[in-house]
Structure formats: structure tokens, C-alpha cells
Ligand binder design. Structure first.
Ligand code: ADP
Ligand code: MG
Length: 744
């Protein structure tokens, strides 16, 4: 073994560290005014988008009115209108230097997909010369047919009808993606099969937003909002992420292949000192954030908040909430922009739920609420007795939605990445419960006790007006351990994973709430036969509060006692993805999705199959990767260390030294031998499991047998890392990857 090769690994690590620490802060070109000053955000916000506002301005009046009719009444867009919209879009895009367009959609892989076409077409002139022209027709805008046979359909398509179609969703703005050497117009679309089955995550989301509106309006009318026409669902998705220098990522095959570190001993200093959260942001990171925000503003995404998160190298970005359909597209775009801009700054943005063991993982808090056509937030305690009654009624509806569909909501956030996070003493537990805060708890308990059962509006004010408006100001009453918490004027679904398409959990939540609105409306109709309206509504609230008591929990969601208590209460405890996915096979647990026409039975089945397949594939990649890393990086390093120990032992003459060195060798050999044994064990299990053809059985083998074996292997490798000479260790260490930003 030559000296240089024995040091190659540490030389690379050391170069990567130097590069990370000395990385330049990237300057960005912002939009300037004539005198060279940076323009305010309001001047360029949305400049790369073409939505309703731009259409109103640029379309002929007729075309615009037809489009609005299509949106409001679900009418088909006439061909001439489509052509005229396409032509306006083309003119706008080409003027901005756009050469290609693509239908942008959200296949069930959880990512986004795009297929690009150039705007050009060829025209023959009189002299049979060819002339290239920019063209874009209404039909190209409205419908596409990507070669979709490679997107998962969960068995919904046989090959002879493997076609998938994308159709323009006019409710979401078109946008331009600018890259160094070209610009592409992206057309947000839904993606569906030959028989109209949803092949994407967006179609169910749109359906759920529609049905929630219908059912909520019906309920609100009974509650007294007789002129309610539409209810809008709103979403603000806080995005957490890690940033790692690209030079480190390049030396970590596990990050490259799986998005997380499969090995790595915790560094002595992690997040114990709690000094990272809200700490000052290093300039290199801030520069990345500024460029991301600049891009996001131009894409019309209202990002508002940026800060350091709890773990070292972890950060968060939060937008101002928007209409859910748009907010959901915007979150997907945000994830793409973060990843792209990070690379420009020499960093990799990790959106995985648990890139590093031993420190916090990343989530995506989905702040969710509903608003009526006057823009009043239905989950906001109001100023009038009626608003407060309506608030409590809607709150009861949500409580029942979660109470009845907790297991489905758990299934909606199931993923291999989230399995590392949920319940890992930092993120909400895998048990779904609702936190309301002590003020609301008191109010609901009083109502339940029947104390305000005969309440007139005045008595509700007694409960409400003096106190309820304070709720939204009470920021102290927080419970970080709750998966679904009320935060003053909205619910925060905190268990959603950082890499997830929010359309999935949001369509489940909307469907559950829509079903609950429907059920509560039926119940209220009966009560209205016997009581006056306000009393009937109070009685409904009382009944729901009583029925759903077991879903409310204010204590510590991380504690062992909660697991015991939740079990006693009969709440679903679904610790792993396989456990949670079983829910999708449960007819009773998924009936609300079918009833609300958010997903058909066939679509639910297909999603189950895709989720199982993705679980198996993801874990299979992880297991192959950890085996390969162990065999080609770790074991050779351990052999070198063994050699080193042996050679120095031979060189020793002093018996006392030889003796204590012997115990060091023994300690090392024991760990080395564990690594080898555990490597062999995982390898044998993986090989055996791969012979199985039943995906469902493989999934259970993986979670019950392979995962524990792979955790054990990691444990030994991480122990070995602490015994091997630093210069022999071939992978960038946690301290380097997580703490380098502190020196930059
Ligand atoms: P908090 O600190 O209480 O979580 P913030 O004001 O920081 O509250 O908001 C967190 C997120 O919740 C932001 O994205 C915000 O826009 C969003 N949000 C606020 N009100 C609503 C609402 N009515 N519906 C949906 N999201 C909301
Ligand atoms: Mg928050």
C-alpha cells in the first residue's frame, strides 16, 4: 500500500472542506431601474407568470369572459377562445425570449414532470422554401399527450390504452423557467388516462377543493350565511431544508443515490446547544436565499420568511398563504427553485425528511384554512356573535373530520423518508391528534358540559367576544409535538414530510372536511326541526365535541405515556409506511374519498400499488447503497486501520505499551468483526428478499427484517468511524458537512 493512496480519501475530504469554507459568496444580478438601482419587489413580482391578471389585460374581452365562464361554471372552452388565448400567450412568451413550452404536471411519482416542445413550426412559401415560424395553437395549449407509458399508473392502464393526457388547468398561472441558456414556458396541467382516471396528484386536489366548497356552502347556509356561494381553501406551506456544500455531496455516494446519509457517526456537537435556530444566517447562505427569493418573486410566489432551523445547516422558507391550488403548485416550484439555485451557489439543497441521523429532520407544516367569498376566514374567531358561532361550528366540523379519518390522514403522509422523522423525538408522532390550546379547550369543555346549551347569542358573546378574539394573538400557547395544531386562525398539519407533494395530504384533508360538512349538515337539519337556529348550531357543536373528544390532545406527543394513552383511546397507531398504507386497502377508512368523489375505488387501489412499489424500490436502493458503501469504502478503510495497528504493534518493544495497545486492537477488532458479520447478514437478507415476487410481502420483509439489519450495520460502521484514523476515513464526516457553514 503506497502512502499516497492511503491518504487519498482524507486528501479529498480535506480539499472539500477547504473549498466549503472558502467558497465565494455569489453575487446576483437583480432587476435595476434606469439609474441602476435595484427595483422594489413589487415591480418584478410575478413578471415571469401569465395568469388571470395578465389575461384580463392582454386578451380580447370576449376571450377573457369565456375563460372566466369556463372557470366558474366548468364549461368547455370554445376553440376560437383557446386559439386566441394561445396567441396572446405566445406573443408574451416570445417577447420574453422563450423558445419552448411544456405541459407541467404532477405524476404519482411525487415529483413534477415536463415534456418540452419548441414553439416553431415550418411553413412552405410559394417558392417551396421552408420558413420557420413561432406558432402555438389553442389545442397545443389545452391538451397534450406525453408518451406516458413510463409513468406509474398502479395497474390502471393496460398497454393498449397506455396513453395519458395532460390538460391545461387555467386556474393556475403559466410561468417561465429561465436557465442560463434558454427559457421555457410551463403550462400547469392535470394528467389523466384514457377513461378519465387521475394519473396525477393534482386532479384529486382540484376535486377536493371543489367538493369542500360545495359541502361547506351547504352547511354555512344552514348556519345562517344564506348568501354563501363559494368556499376557498387556503394553504401556506412552510418548507424546511438542509444545505450541504456540493464538494461534500460529491464525495458521498449515499447522498447522491438516496438523498440522505446512510452512514455517519454523530458529531460531538450537533444541535445540543440550540444555537442554530433563528441564529444569524451565514452570508453565503443568505446570498442563496436572496437569489432563491428573487427567482420566486418573479414566479409570483409570495415568500415571506427565512430563518435558520434547529439542526445545523438546516433552514426554512415560508410563503404567505394563497388559494390552495396555487399554493400547492407554488410549493412544488419552490422546491425546484431551491434545488436549482443551491447548485449555482455550490451547494446541494436536501429536501429529504432525514438527511442526517441524530439531528432534526425536515418537515413541511401545512397551514390550512377556509375562507368564504367575502374573504372571511372561517377558522378565525370574529367580532360578531354570529361569526363566533360560525367559527365554533366550523371548528367542530374539522374536529370530526380528523376524528373520523385520522388513519387516512396518516396514510396520506406515509413515505420512507417520513418514517425516520415521525415520532423521532423531534417531529410529531405517527399518531394523529388535534391540539387546540387551553382557551379553546376551556370553551369546548364548557359547551360540552351543557353550560351554554340554552345560550342566547349574548351568552355566546360572553364566552366569545371578550376572549375569543384573543386566541389569534395568543402565540404562546403552542404545542410543537402536535401533528395537527390549531394556531389561532388556521390549522397546521405538521406531520407532512419536507419532500412531499402537499397535494396528497391536502386532498385527503379537504375530502375529510367536506364529508364532515355533509354529515354535520344532515345532523343540523334534524336539530333545526326542534330548535331555533343558534340553539340548534350550539347543540350540534356540543354533540360533535362530545363525540370527538378522543382526538383532542394537549400533552407531550413525544412521550411514552401518550402512546399508551392513545392506544387506550383507540386512536390509530401506525408507526411505519407499510402500517399506514394498509389503510388504503380498508374499504371503511377510504369510503369518504369515494363518497366525496375525490378518488375512485380504482384510483385508491392504484395509489396503494404505487406507494408499495415506491417503498420497496426506495428501500432497495438504500440497502444496495449501504452494502456497496460498506464493501467498497468502509471495509477497505478498516483493513488499512487493521494493518496500521498490526504494524505499530510489531514495532513496540515496551511490554506495558504492547499490553495497552493490545486492548485497543481488541476493541477495534470487535467492531470490525461486527461490521463484517452485519454486512454479510444484510446482504443475505437482501438477496433472499429480491427473489420474492409479491411486492406486498417484500414490503413487509423490508420493514420487519431488512430495515433492522441495515440499522444494525450502520450502528457498527458508525462505531468504527470513531476508532479509525481520521486520515483513513473515506467519507466526509458529519461535523464537516454540518458545521462548515459556521466557518464560511
Ligand atoms: P405562525 O408563526 O403562527 O405559524 P405565521 O404568520 O408565521 O404564523 O404563518 C405561518 C404560515 O401560515 C404562513 O405561511 C402564513 O401565510 C400561513 N397562514 C396564515 N393564515 C393562514 C390562513 N388563513 N390559511 C392558510 N395559511 C395561513
Ligand atoms: Mg408556523
Amino acid at each position: 500500500m503506497s502512502e499516497s493512496s492511503s491518504h487519498a480519501a482524507s486528501a479529498q475530504r480535506s480539499m472539500a472542506f477547504q473549498a466549503a469554507v472558502n467558497a465565494p459568496v455569489r453575487k446576483i444580478d437583480k432587476v435595476k431601474d434606469a439609474s441602476g438601482k435595484d427595483l422594489p419587489i413589487s415591480e418584478y413580482f410575478g413578471s415571469l407568470t401569465f395568469g388571470l391578471a395578465q389575461m384580463r389585460e392582454k386578451l380580447p374581452k370576449d376571450a377573457y369572459n369565456n375563460l372566466i365562464k369556463t372557470l366558474d361554471q366548468g364549461k368547455k372552452l370554445p376553440k376560437e377562445t383557446a386559439d386566441s388565448i394561445a396567441s396572446a400567450i405566445k406573443e408574451w412568451s416570445v417577447a420574453k425570449g422563450v423558445t419552448h413550452f411544456c405541459h407541467w404536471f404532477q405524476p404519482m411519482t411525487g415529483l413534477t414532470a415536463e415534456k418540452h416542445d419548441a414553439f416553431i413550426s415550418i411553413q412552405h412559401t410559394n417558392h417551396s422554401e421552408l420558413r420557420v415560424m413561432e406558432t402555438f395553437s389553442g389545442s397545443q395549449l389545452i391538451q397534450g399527450e406525453p408518451d406516458a407509458s413510463s409513468f406509474p399508473s398502479g395497474g390502471m392502464r393496460s398497454t393498449f390504452e397506455a396513453r395519458g393526457y395532460t390538460a391545461w388547468d387555467p386556474s393556475s398561472p403559466l410561468f417561465i423557467i429561465e436557465e442560463e441558456n434558454g427559457k421555457t414556458l410551463c403550462i400547469p396541467t392535470v394528467f389523466f388516462g384514457y377513461h378519465g382516471q387521475a394519473l396525477d396528484n393534482k386532479t384529486p386536489l382540484l376535486r377536493s377543493i371543489g367538493v369542500l366548497s360545495t359541502e361547506a356552502v351547504h352547511f354555512l347556509k344552514l348556519v345562517g350565511d344564506v348568501d354563501a356561494k363559494k368556499v376557498q381553501t387556503t394553504l401556506g406551506a412552510e418548507q424546511e431544508y438542509f444545505l450541504v456544500d456540493k464538494n461534500f455531496a460529491a464525495l458521498r455516494p449515499d447522498l447522491l443515490m438516496t438523498g440522505r446519509t446512510l452512514l455517519g457517526a454523530s458529531s460531538a456537537r450537533g444541535q445540543q446547544l440550540e444555537d442554530h435556530y433563528f441564529g444569524s444566517i451565514p452570508s453565503r447562505i443568505k446570498s442563496f436565499m436572496q437569489e432563491s427569493e428573487f427567482e420566486l418573486y418573479r414566479l409570483g410566489i409570495p415568500v415571506k420568511t427565512r430563518h435558520n432551523e434547529v439542526a445545523p445547516s438546516q433552514f426554512e422558507l415560508a410563503p404567505i398563504f394563497e388559494d390552495m391550488n396555487i399554493a400547492s403548485d407554488h410549493n412544488l416550484l419552490t422546491m425546484e427553485v431551491l434545488k436549482r439555485v443551491a447548485l449555482k451557489h455550490g451547494m446541494v439543497c436536501l429536501l429529504h425528511e432525514k438527511p442526517f441521523a441524530g439531528v432534526n429532520g425536515s418537515g413541511k407544516h401545512n397551514n390550512w384554512s377556509m375562507a368564504n367569498d367575502k374573504g372571511e376566514n372561517l377558522l378565525e374567531p370574529g367580532h360578531t356573535p354570529h361569526q363566533n358561532l360560525r367559527f365554533l361550528a366550523c371548528l367542530a366540523v374539522v374536529l370530526r373530520a380528523v376524528y373520523k379519518n385520522a388513519s387516512a390522514m396518516r396514510a396520506a403522509i406515509a413515505s420512507p423518508g417520513n418514517d425516520h422523522r415521525l415520532g423521532a423525538n423531534e417531529a410529531p408522532p405517527a399518531i394523529i391528534s388535534v391540539f387546540l390550546g387551553s382557551l379553546l379547550e376551556n370553551i369546548l369543555n364548557t359547551i360540552e358540559a351543557g353550560k351554554v346549551l340554552k345560550a342566547t347569542e349574548e351568552q355566546i358573546i360572553d364566552l366569545g367576544v371578550s376572549q375569543i378574539p384573543n386566541i389569534s394573538k395568543d402565540y404562546t400557547d403552542r404545542n410543537r409535538t402536535s401533528p395537527f395544531a390549531f394556531t389561532g386562525n388556521k390549522f397546521e398539519f405538521r406531520a407532512v414530510g419536507s419532500s412531499q407533494n402537499v397535494a396528497v395530504p391536502m386532498s385527503f384533508l379537504n375530502a375529510a372536511v367536506a364529508a364532515s360538512f355533509q354529515e354535520c349538515a344532515e345532523q343540523l337539519k334534524d336539530l333545526l326541526k326542534k330548535k331555533k337556529r343558534d340553539e340548534a348550531v350550539m347543540e350540534l357543536i356540543r354533540q360533535v365535541v362530545k363525540e370527538t373528544k378522543s382526538i383532542r390532545f394537549s400533552g407531550n406527543g413525544y412521550s411514552e405515556e401518550w402512546k399508551v394513552e392513545a392506544k387506550k383511546r383507540g386512536l390509530p397507531i401506525l408507526n411505519t409506511t407499510p402500517d399506514a398504507l394498509e389503510v388504503l386497502k380498508d374499504k371503511k377508512a377510504t369510503q369518504f374519498l369515494i363518497d366525496m368523489k375525490v378518488l375512485s375505488k380504482e384510483e385508491i387501489e392504484s395509489r396503494y400499488h404505487i406507494a408499495v412499489e415506491r417503498y420497496v424500490k426506495t428501500l432497495d436502493i438504500e440497502h444496495s447503497s449501504i452494502l456497496e458503501l460498506t464493501s467498497t469504502y468502509i471495509i477497505p478503510a478498516l483493513e488499512k486501520q487493521m494493518n496500521l495497528l498490526g504494524r505499530s504493534h510489531d514495532a513496540m518493544t515496551l511490554p506495558a505499551l504492547k499490553k495497552s495497545h493490545k486492548s485497543r486492537m481488541t476493541e477495534f477488532e470487535e467492531v470490525f468483526s461486527d461490521v463484517l458479520a452485519r454486512y454479510e447478514s444484510l446482504k443475505a437478507k437482501v438477496e433472499k428478499s429480491r427473489k420474492g415476487h409479491d411486492e406486498n410481502k417484500r414490503m413487509w420483509d423490508i420493514v420487519e427484517d431488512l430495515q433492522p439489519a441495515s440499522f444494525k450495520l450502520r450502528e457498527s460502521v458508525d462505531a468504527a468511524e470513531l476508532l479509525v484514523a481520521d486520515e483513513l476515513w473515506p467519507l466526509p464526516k458529519y461535523r464537516e458537512m454540518l458545521l462548515a457553514h459556521n466557518l464560511a
